[in-house]
Ligand binder design. Structure first.
Ligand SMILES: Cc1cc2nc3c(=O)[nH]c(=O)nc-3n(C[C@H](O)[C@H](O)[C@H](O)COP(=O)(O)OP(=O)(O)OC[C@H]3O[C@@H](n4cnc5c(N)ncnc54)[C@H](O)[C@@H]3O)c2cc1C
Ligand code: FES
Length: 266
């Protein structure tokens, strides 16, 4: 069954350490690289031992030829084991999974604001690269608690991606939440589309801004995932479609949903 579900063993070809807690791994995975869309994810087996048994979900951060990158924050046992992997190690990965951002939905030449909180920045780099290819004007809003939580800022600056940043402690950029920075800046250059990824509190606020200002928003949701491909129902969220509320699986129907479809308060 796993082979039908695109199970691959990819070799780690590059490892980068970003600050204390963030890591980038490049994996040789030609099939995943060819098929993947921004916003899709892979399920990664972090150990060959029986524990931890469950794979962990990671967004596809970028792709380069036959390689894909994942960018992750060390938060627990799985990501800690993953952070110890070295160049040349094999890694079992399943993917690409999920729906991804709706790039085909007329994003050409649009002004698109990408909002990323902490590790939520991971899929937005791939998205920015693809949007740039279709001539969209991209601005990234990148926020974290402190400068330690926005490690990719230097990478974006180096690649001339317009990036505005915020930190809650004011150690870099605007002092406050990334949504506050976005609200302050959006009037100078109103976007026609918002794409966001980050913690639920941030995404809920982005939903409110999107509704108030009539700007469509695509939000990538997180959930703890058992399988990643629709078998365990461990990742459900209440979604409203044509006024009917129903539980949907984030791994299959998402992780990206239109902001107006997400039911936050039940
Ligand atoms: C579709 C999707 C894409 C993701 N992409 C990325 C990415 O690109 N980079 C990245 O750093 N992280 C990403 N995550 C989150 C990542 O999967 C979790 O951080 C990881 O599974 C934690 O595993 P662990 O074994 O280290 O933590 P555990 O030891 O399992 O847990 C440590 C702590 O993190 C919490 N936690 C575990 N999984 C999640 C989760 N999915 N969401 C919220 N809290 C969680 C646990 O409740 C616990 O408090 C993504 C999650 C999803 C659903
Ligand atoms: S993680 Fe198993 S159904 Fe979504």
């Amino acid at each position: 069954m796993l082979s039908m579900l695109k199970n691959h063993t990819g070799k780690i070809t590059r490892k980068e350490i970003w600050g204390d807690d963030y890591f980038l791994l490049s994996l040789e995975a030609p099939d995943i690289s060819r098929e993947s869309q921004p916003g899709q994810f892979v399920m990664v087996r972090t150990s060959t031992d029986p524990y931890p048994l469950l794979r962990r979900p990671f967004s596809i951060h970028g792709r380069n030829g036959s390689h894909i990158d994942i960018f992750f924050q060390k938060t627990g046992i799985g990501t800690s084991l993953l952070s110890q992997k070295q160049k040349g190690d094999p890694l079992e990965i399943l993917g690409p999974l999920g729906n991804g951002f709706l790039l085909e939905d007329g994003t050409e030449s649009k002004k698109v604001s990408l909002i990323g909180g902490g590790r939520g920045i991971a899929p937005l780099y791939f998205l920015a690269q693809e949007l740039n290819k279709n001539q969209s004007k991209v601005r990234i809003f990148y926020g974290g608690r402190s400068s330690k939580d926005i490690p990719l800022l230097s990478k974006f600056k180096k690649e001339n991606i317009e990036t505005l940043c915020s930190t809650e402690d004011g150690s870099t950029g605007f002092q406050g939440l990334v949504t506050e920075l976005f609200e302050q800046e959006m009037n100078s250059e109103p976007p026609s589309l918002i794409c966001a990824c980050g913690p639920d509190g941030m995404l809920k606020k982005v939903s409110q801004i999107s509704e108030k200002n009539h700007i469509p928003a695509e939000l990538s949701l997180e959930s703890i995932m058992g399988c990643g491909f629709g078998a365990c129902w461990g990742c459900v969220k209440k979604i409203k479609k044509e006024n009917i509320k129903q539980w949907q699986k984030i791994c299959e129907e998402g992780p990206v949903f239109w902001a107006h479809e997400i039911v936050w308060d039940e």
